[in-house]
Ligand binder design. Sequence first.
Ligand code: HAM
Length: 426
Amino acid sequence: MKDILPPESAGWERLRGIAAGFFSAFGYNLSITPIVEKTELFVRSVGEATDVVSKEMYTFTDRGGDSITLRPEGTASIMRAYMNSPEWKGRVFKTWYWGPMFRYERPQKGRYRQFFQFGLEAIGSDSPYVDAELISMLDLFHKKLGIDDIRVELNTLGCPDCRTAYRKELIGYFKKHTAEICEDCSKRLDINPLRLLDCKNRDCAPVIEKSPVILDLICDNCKSHFETVCGVLKSAGVEYNINSRLVRGLDYYNGTVFEFVTGRLGDRQNAVGGGGRYDSLAGQIDGQAVPAVGYAGGIERLLMLLDGSLNIDEKFSVYIAMLDETTLKKYMPLFIALKKGSIDHKPEYLFNDDSYRVTGAKKHLSKANRINARFAIIAGGIEAEKNEIIIKDLKEAREYKIVIETGDIKKAVLSVFNELDSIVSK
Ligand code: HAM
């Protein structure tokens, strides 16, 4: 678990802002659900035999004697909330969320015990066009962030009937090769043979390579759903790779499953996020069948790929250097107005005031250099007397003097921004 402090947190805040705008444009609006749920919810939905439920949950007994769990993922909570909401029942519910999830995993690069996900869920529609739009939207979202080395891995897990037939085929096949598979795979074979397909043990690879492929076995309905998804992705220009070994680690999936993967997250994992259809999850929670599809991406992993590029750009940082208290007092309303103005101004200037310490120019400038400021606003008694300030471009070692109309704060703010803008655009 880690702390996220400034300046790193600026990238988080910006990412959240971009996500909110992007997803709501596609009709996915924000939901906020509790961080804890009854343990039973995850056991029933994510699946008792999954790693998440069997090894990784933070589960406690609360003061009332109920077993509660820190959510390891968001889908089950959203489905529960949807089913509890009379307002949404029976309607198509599209939502996005953002927040911490908890899994007791072995921490490593890109894997934490508290990590953040953004997620999207579309509940109440079985249309393949919803799957296709979700994948296309995520592809565009990554491109908007400037990440273009992520690819989509796509597969279908079929409906329960296709799955029963496929499980049988897989068990039959792997039983003939028990001597060639690892201990974990042997243990999983009867419980969840599909999980053998994403075993990371190299010894198992040759057997998995030749195992039966679900696409050869699925029914006409499932085939047609999958072909529609692929068709839309192709015509929307989304590059994807059909990966018949992609099964996902949670039990609730059927039909379309997909992951966004990259080679830039180290050798232990490659998924930036994953999702798929989960038409039977609602039934596992309260017996009602409601089709649904969704996705969740790891925020830490996404930010790792962005490598600080969403952080506030240092080239727009402005250090306020007042040489004496009388001057500070005179220009203080200007600084407050500048900070407020910077919220809507593009580029966004980041003001640093060193807690309004007054000292000599030399000390101020060495501090400004230490924090990598691009500009300093300098003023002392001489400037104050003439209603002036000095804007120093620390990168180019140049100074610009401007007059401040202290009686008209809007005009004063405008003249500072105009000067800064004209310098950065040179
Ligand atoms: P998931 O594949 O378990 O799916 O997690 C989605 C993403 O969360 C992963 O691809 C990864 O980026 C991130 N993630 C998972 N565990 C960790 C960790 N320990 N540390 C850092 N990042 C992690 C789900 O959670 C499903 N609820 C996705 C979904 C939504 N399916 C349908 N709707």
